[in-house]
Design a protein around this ligand. Structure first.
Ligand SMILES: Nc1nc2c(c(=O)[nH]1)N[C@H]1C(S)=C(S)[C@@H](COP(=O)(O)OP(=O)(O)OC[C@H]3O[C@@H](n4cnc5c(N)ncnc54)[C@H](O)[C@@H]3O)O[C@H]1N2
Ligand code: MOO
Length: 398
């Protein structure tokens, strides 16, 4: 059995050595992807000197003088035109500054009588309300660093600088194999000692939340041949295989044996942690595999703590298994030293509460949780108010 720290180090090392395939994507199809090369601005932003306000373009030296409005510049106008002495140009936000003008006075600070205006803004200074060409971004400038994950705001930045294609790391295709002869699909009646399959649903949903687009799902009975066939197929279909159930020591727990038969190298099996002790991590030449324990809260916890980080790594993230944020523990907790505990928790305002019902078959507490609290292996008494690491669960925000 290995420690949590060792398990993290092994996954990080293996995943970082993975063969990262790249592809070009349109920026709108690249949300959540990691950049494989740094995109450069195709243009200056702004591309020309332009007005930041609705008002009048003037010469600063002619402030306070009656000026004839000779022209109107709106955003998108083809030519900026020219401003001669004694003139003003009616201008709108985003419109080009006419040659000869050096200042824009906002319309609220202008007195207009027919075709004449007078700028009455004592605070006006030269260059006011003008966005200068290239002030925000210079043509050829590096917009985002390699390894950056594309978010909505970053996609907006790329678009503003004229970038339409980006080179990103391909996301892994995932196969999810859910084992268990006792499993029934929600919506169908339970027979005998059947129970509803929660794992495939929670993991599919988590993968979706985490931006994994290609997931093949297969449910199989605790049958050696069926597991073998499902795994053979998964090794063809996917880059990452996630199995749930059948990783323990029971008579019907075939996963470990079948993996050996298929030549999957076992990187580790069993971690000094609770829950999720029987977690398995393996690899072939180009694929990775996790065997998650069947108990649903343990399976979900192992997904959040390990699989999700591996997926991030395979997507090109370099910051996997970073130190988790800290929170104050709301009440004291005692545990035996030697195992890392991951407790279902609720974080709020710098404090974290340990939820009732920590057993790994109980999902109502997991559904209330927004994080897992990490209590280190060596600790046996953790006092109220002590700082502990918290791992936020995959969540979508609206
Ligand atoms: N003698 C020992 N027994 C067990 C040990 C051990 O060390 N020695 N470890 C226990 C721990 S901890 C866990 S976790 C489980 C892991 O067992 P498996 O991964 O082999 O999982 P199963 O036996 O298939 O199932 C465990 C439990 O979870 C339920 N389950 C399974 N799949 C689903 C699903 N998709 N949706 C909902 N519930 C599911 C299953 O019915 C069982 O109740 O082993 C302990 N035993
Ligand atoms: O540790 Mo098991 O993974 O408790 O349910």
């Amino acid at each position: 059995m290995i420690s949590v720290k060792e398990a993290r180090a092994i996954i990080k090392e293996q995943v970082s050595a993975g063969n990262f395939l790249q592809e070009d994507r349109r920026i709108l199809d690249a949300l959540g992807y990691y950049l494989a090369t740094a995109p450069l601005a195709t243009t200056d932003v702004p591309g020309f000197d332009q007005s930041a306000m609705d008002g009048y373009a003037i010469r600063m030296a002619e402030r306070g003088v009656a000026l004839k409005v000779t022209q109107e510049n709106y955003a998108g106008v083809l030519s900026p035109g020219e401003l001669s002495p004694g003139e003003a140009v009616r201008i709108f936000t985003g419109a080009p500054i006419p040659y000869g003008a050096d200042t824009v006075v906002v319309q609220e600070k202008v007195v207009r009588v027919e075709d004449y205006i007078r700028a009455e803004d004592p605070g006006l200074t030269r260059g006011r309300n003008i966005r200068v060409k290239g002030e925000s971004i210079k043509k050829g400038q590096l917009l985002l660093a390699k390894g950056t994950r594309l978010t909505a705001a970053k996609i907006g930045l790329l678009a503003s600088a004229g970038v339409d294609l980006v080179r990103v790391y391909k996301k892994p295709r995932v196969s999810l194999i859910v084992t268990g002869s006792e499993l029934q699909i929600p919506g169908r009646p339970l027979v005998g000692s059947q129970l509803y399959d929660a794992n495939s649903y929670q993991l599919m949903a988590a993968l979706k939340t985490d931006g994994v687009d290609f997931v093949f799902l297969k449910r199989v009975k605790d049958d050696r041949e069926a597991i073998l066939e499902a795994l053979k197929q998964a090794l063809i279909d996917a880059d990452l295989i996630i199995l749930t159930g059948g990783v323990s020591v029971g008579e019907y727990d075939y996963v470990v044996q079948v993996l050996e038969q298929l030549g999957v190298e076992r990187c580790f099996y069993k971690i000094c942690q609770k829950p999720g002790k029987p977690l398995l991590f393996g690899k072939t030449a180009s694929k990775f595999l996790f065997g998650l324990p069947g108990n649903p809260a343990a399976a979900f916890g192992c997904y959040q703590l390990y699989v999700r980080q591996a997926i991030r790594g395979l997507c090109g993230a370099s910051d996997i298994f970073e130190q988790p944020p800290l929170a104050h523990l709301q009440e004291a907790f005692e545990k035996p030293a030697g195992n890392t505990y991951f407790l279902k928790g609720y974080f709020n305002n710098d404090w974290v509460e340990i939820l009732k019902e920590q057993q790994s078959y109980k999902l109502s507490s997991l559904a209330r949780a927004n994080c897992l609290i990490e209590l280190p292996s060596e600790a046996s008494v953790i006092k109220k108010g002590e700082l502990v690491g918290i791992h936020f669960l995959s969540q979508e925000y609206v």
